[in-house]
Structure formats: C-alpha cells, structure tokens
Design a protein around this ligand. Sequence first.
Ligand SMILES: [Zn+2]
Length: 399
Amino acid sequence: MRARGARVLALLLMAGLGWPLAAPGRVEVELQNRRTWDFPDAGVHFSSQFSGARLNGCEQAGKNEFRAVVSPENQPINESPWYSFQVWSDRRKSITVRFVYTYAQPRTRPWLSRDGVRWELIQDSDYAVERSSRTAVARLDVGPRRLWVAAQEMIGLEQLGAWVEGKAGLRFAQESVIGHSIEDRPIRQLVLSQTTNLNYVFVIGRQHPPEVTGTLGLMSFVDTLAGRSRLAREFRRQFRTVVVPLANPDGVEHGHWRSNLGAVDLNRDWRRFAQPETRAMRDSFLALTREPGARAFALIDFHSTHTNVFYAQPVGRPTYPADLARRWRSAIHERCREIHFRWDDSHNPSSATSGAWGYDQFRAPAITFEYGYDTDRRLIRRASEVAAEELMKLLLETP
Ligand SMILES: [Zn+2]
C-alpha cells in the first residue's frame, strides 16, 4: 500500500508540475537523422536533407515499391502528421510509395512540387488511404529532377522570412526580434502603424508547424492590413497591428507535427510559459500594452484543422469591443458566401491557449482563426482579405 501511495503521490506531483519538465533550452524531442536513402538496383533516391523535411525511415518493398515511415517527434501528440521529402530516379519511371503511419491516421493528400515553390495536390487517382492498416499509397512519376512530396505545400523558414522582409521594408513597418527559440532562431515581430497610436491588434501564426493553411490565411490577412486602400491607411493611423508570423521556427525547421524542441505544444503553454517562444510573445505583448493609454482590441491566432473554425469566448464572457468575434464572422460570411466558419465558443476558457490568455489579460476578443487543411487555397486568400477589411471596419467603428 505504501509503495502504491507513494506512486500515486509521485504521479500527482508530476501531473501538477506538467512533468516531464522541459527546461528552457533543452531539446526534449527525438530529432531526425537527416539523410539520403539510395536504392541502387531501382536507381531511386529519397532525401530529407532540407529545411522542413521529415521522413522517419525508408525502405524498398518491391522492384519499384517503397515504404516511407511517418512518425511524430514525441508522444502522445495531436494527430496532425507531417512528412516532407524529395524523391528522384536515374531514369524516368513510376514508383509506388506506401506511407506507413506509426501514430495517427493519414490526414491529408500529398502535395507535389518540382521546384519547392509551385505545388499541386496529387491526383485522386494516384492516391489511396487504407485506414485499417494506417497506411496510404501514392503513385509517383519520378525522374532525374527531384520531386518534393509533402503533407501540405511548404511555406517554411525561407518563404516566411522573405515575406517578413518584404513587409519590414514598408515605410510604416518596424521589424524586431522579440526572443529566440530553443535552437536560437529569432522570433520575429512586425509592427504596422502610421502613427504613434496605442490601439493594439495582435496576430500570431504557426505555433503548430504543419498548419500551412493558417499561414496562407495570416499572410493574406496581413497583406491586406498593410495594403494601399483608403481603409487600410485609415486603420493604420488609428491601430497598431503587431504580427508574430512564425511562433515555432524550430518546429517548422525540423518538420514537427506539433511541438517545439521542448516537446511542448506551444498553444498549451500560455499559462506556464515554460518555453522561450511563448515567453517572447507574452513579454512583448505585455510590454507594449503596459504604456499608459495603450489598449488591446483583439488577439488573432491563425491555425489549421479539419475544417474552417472560429474559436472565441463564450457568451457571458464580455469583451471589449463587445461581441466582436460574432459580428466579424457574420460580416465575413455576408461578403464571402463560399466559405463557412464553424462557430465554437465551447473552448475551455481555463486552457493554456493564446486565446484564453489574451482574453484573461486584455478582456479583448481573442480568436483562434482556423482554416481547413483542404480548404481551397484561392478561397483562403479571398476570405482572409475580406476578414481583414471587415475587421478594420468594425474596429474603426468601435466607440
Ligand atoms: Zn493549431
């Protein structure tokens, strides 16, 4: 009994402390071995030697058949698998790649690219999922030129870095580094404002590495806020938009499913702040809003999931501006009929998400803005432009 009691006590203590404790700066996930796999008799090669890649194993299963292992960086983990690799062959041929998931089910159809820039979704006829065996099979045409194969089109460190630099060059933008990740990558922040006003809107992206559609949404949303329209100029005179587009650079670099290098889901760390990435955002947002006269009007965190969703505060939790999330969603639906955002205010307000923290800190609407993994990309861009315009109008009308 004593031994059992001690074990229960230890378990309770560990649960209370959120064990295992990831010390800042400590790598707690299983890092991949970046490498190339050569199959000389087939003349076929696979590689994971590039930023954002993930391939957890590869073997030949037949003359032109291969098995690609898909595994997460730590467990248990949210079931949002990521893989990304290059494959090529000495001579043109068709090969079959069987994706073997060691955890979770196949989630998205592979995206393909010949240059790492332009991507398209694999044809339906070339892909099949076998849920009973947690596998998926893809037929790929390969040749001497490398073919990129990834769970979503890749918008990684390089592309997001170039986007940030483009924005930072605008005369009303200031870029700064607000902290560093465990592997010492900068956490970059953009502030868009044409005056010294102190009315803040916070925008966060990519806490979760595979959530590329959230990034597409964020980019188009911020492009619109930074645009030349009369509305955007007026908005920038009255509001400062603070953007942290890449909250988890290590996770994106290493092709993670969910975590940072501390094996932590950053969007569950907004209470403990045990990770440098979440601390950087907290410290920056609090420092900005601590100035006399400063006020936060909204915190918007872009993500991806199985469908388009607006997570917001439940009725009975008043916000200023009042009822903004609901009015904003209606305005988007009104103007962009092709998209539908599911409304969800059942989110546990005591959870350690950016949304719960933003609301607790500022009593401002804190919205988790989710696009589906499979939502049409042009529609994401269009809906995000509309979302930016409607948010600007609503905030400018706020008394
Ligand atoms: Zn997410």
